[in-house]
Design a protein around this ligand. Structure first.
Ligand code: RIB
Ligand code: CA
Length: 309
């Protein structure tokens, strides 16, 4: 059993990652969910997190984090996730509680209160996690590792060089990547291989409630992905959670990865030193390949469990 906190910006793929984490309580003890401005504004992604947690009757503390990145203005992604940040499904009004509007302090209190160390899961810009590490350096002794969806050592998606989560807050990412903590990076190298096909999506239709929810999420997300050239739908964020459920479905390598924070065409790039003799010590385990069938099985098993809960 691993204690985890998920920091996210729901986001269709964030939502699915949350569901899979909730469906594996024997492996993942979800201590809290925190939100960060990213795919949409903080208000919108927090409402989306409330909707997902209420939909499956979760009993997990939800705290709101930073509205935007450390230095630059927030850049959202309505083109990918819609105006709500999670277009597609309809959610009934709910009164799912928000336990704090200071996620950084809430994360600190939660982590320090645990007997065992905690794994952080970052599914959006890394602003909250960076502020946690900078504001409360003593927290590092209680953090086991950080599993993030972000970056890519071969290409970006927001720009040719930068993936969205890193692009939004590269200064925060640099703080995390230089923290000295073990980092597992689910970058685009692996997440773009971690897709569901339209046939797999359509097979979810008319299932029970959670199957139907994920069908509606992925139907929108698949349509939206076409503008970026995707036929199938990469569930980017689910990699960062699936690695914790079953790391054997992945393969990767350790690299020294730096984050470009200069203004210019490579801002937000995660630059891996892939020379035979890299200049600095390796700080990131970069996932590069995935057993896609095992990945889809993990998702389907989670949906089956949630629809029985
Ligand atoms: O580049 C993909 C990432 O950006 C995912 O986390 C997605 O939710 C968006 O935040
Ligand atoms: Ca996300």
């Amino acid at each position: 059993m691993r204690n985890i906190i998920i920091d996210c910006d729901p986001g269709h793929d964030d939502a699915i990652a949350l569901l899979v984490a909730l469906a594996n309580p024997e492996k993942l003890n979800l201590l809290a969910v925190t939100t960060i401005g990213g795919n949409q504004t903080l208000e919108k992604v927090t409402k989306n997190a409330k909707n997902i947690l209420a939909y499956v009757n979760a009993n997990v503390p939800l705290a709101m984090g930073q509205e935007g990145p450390l230095v630059k203005p927030l850049h959202t992604a309505p083109e990918a996730h819609g105006d709500s940040g999670m277009d597609g499904p309809y959610f009934k009004e709910n009164d799912y509680p928000i336990v704090s509007d200071n996620a950084v302090f809430y994360m600190y209190q939660t982590i320090m209160a645990q007997a065992e160390r905690v794994t952080l899961v970052g599914l959006g810009p890394l602003t909250n996690i960076a502020l946690l590490l900078k504001t409360f350096p003593d927290v590092k002794s209680k953090i086991e590792m950080i599993s993030i969806m972000g970056g890519g050592i071969r290409r970006g998606n927001m720009t040719a060089a930068a993936e969205f989560n890193i692009y939004v807050d590269p200064e925060a990412a640099k703080i995390v990547f230089t923290s000295g903590l073990p980092i597992v990076m689910s970058g685009l190298d692996v997440t773009e291989k971690a897709f569901v096909t339209i046939e797999e999506i359509n097979a979810l239709e008319n299932g029970r409630e959670v199957h139907q929810l994920v069908y509606e999420l992925l139907k929108f997300y698949n349509e939206s992905g076409k503008q970026f050239g995707f036929e199938h739908s990469p569930i980017h964020d689910l990699c960062a959670v699936s690695y914790l459920v079953d790391p054997t479905m992945f393969s990767g390598k350790h690299y020294h990865v730096d984050v470009v924070t200069d203004d210019g065409t490579t801002r937000g790039m995660t630059l891996a030193d892939r020379r035979l003799k890299p200049a600095k010590e390796q700080n990131v385990f970069v996932l590069e390949d995935i057993n896609r069938e095992a990945y889809v099985h993990t998702l389907l098993q989670a949906l089956a469990r949630l629809d029985k809960m």
